[in-house]
Write a protein that binds this ligand. Structure first.
Ligand SMILES: [Mg+2]
Length: 272
């Protein structure tokens, strides 16, 4: 990609910078190198707030980002809901962060919700599924899900484990009602657009760095962004890319990506 100059970056975190409490090789050097380029961290994870994510960076001794440089799927969901209906009423199922985020500009209302919002984390049970189904079928509430991931990699008692993602948790409600949810997170455009807007950047100047071809890369590519796939997450070195997915850079690690960017002068120092 000779001639391309990167003016802004969107960076996924899990599988790119770290796995849980384990920092991935090259992550600290990568963050120091891109420090002068406007960048935003984007995640489909609706459980951690930007403040909690910043604390995680600090614990891992990575450069701590400003809070407005972290965009989560819970925040993107809030933005989307406000746009649909200012002062919206919601019934949320998921971790406490989702409830708190939506309550910033919406009103929790299990009787007359305009939106049933499903996120990740504990909180889903027989009663909440039943409430959601009735709100949708009898009150015409719309079904929203923070992110479409079917599973999430996590650390459970220090061991790798797999947890249900938004796509799995919303499924019982979608099946019972016959209604397809609106998914807000990657690969849908909203999360990217919010982050790009915060950076004051344009799509063509911005590169998305991620570890998942089906979400990180697919969504950015559909928007017309340049993309960098790092094969340090679920998607391993030998795996074949899904049909139609063509990352601008396809690297085994952040270290290799930095080497490629340096070789083509794609990443220029801000003081040049
Ligand atoms: Mg990831």
């Amino acid at each position: 990609m000779g001639g391309l100059v990167i003016r802004a970056l969107l960076i996924d975190m899990d599988g790119v910078l770290f796995h849980g409490d384990q920092v991935l090789p090259g992550a600290a050097a990568f963050l120091r190198r891109v420090g002068g380029v406007p960048h935003c961290f984007v995640t489909n994870n609706p459980i951690r707030s930007p403040g909690q994510i910043a604390e995680h960076f600090d614990r891992l001794s990575l450069p701590v980002p400003a809070l407005d440089r972290i965009v989560t799927s819970a925040e993107a969901t809030l933005t989307w809901l406000v746009k649909q209906k200012p002062g919206f009423r919601f019934f949320a199922i998921g971790a406490s962060t989702l409830h708190e985020t939506l309550a910033l500009q919406g009103n929790a209302d299990a009787q007359n919700a305009d939106f049933v919002v499903v996120g990740e984390g504990a909180g889903i049970d027989y009663a909440s599924i039943s409430t959601a189904i009735n709100l949708i079928l009898k009150r015409g509430a719309q079904l929203i899900c923070t992110n479409p991931d079917n599973t999430v990699d996590a650390s459970c008692d220090g061991q790798h484990c797999v947890l249900p993602g938004g796509g799995a948790l919303v499924a019982p409600i979608a099946i019972a009602t016959g209604v397809q949810p609106v998914f807000v997170g990657k690969p849908n455009p909203l999360l990217y657009q919010m982050a790009i807007k915060r950076l004051g950047a344009s799509i063509s100047d911005c590169v998305m760095v991620g570890d998942r071809p089906d979400t990180d890369i697919a969504g950015a590519q559909a928007l017309g962004m340049h993309t960098a796939l790092v094969r340090t997450g679920r998607f391993a070195s030998g795996d074949r890319l899904p049909a139609g997915i063509m990352p601008t850079w396809d690297c085994t690690s952040l270290t290799e990506l930095m080497a490629q960017w340096t070789a083509t002068s794609a990443l220029r120092d801000v003081d040049h």
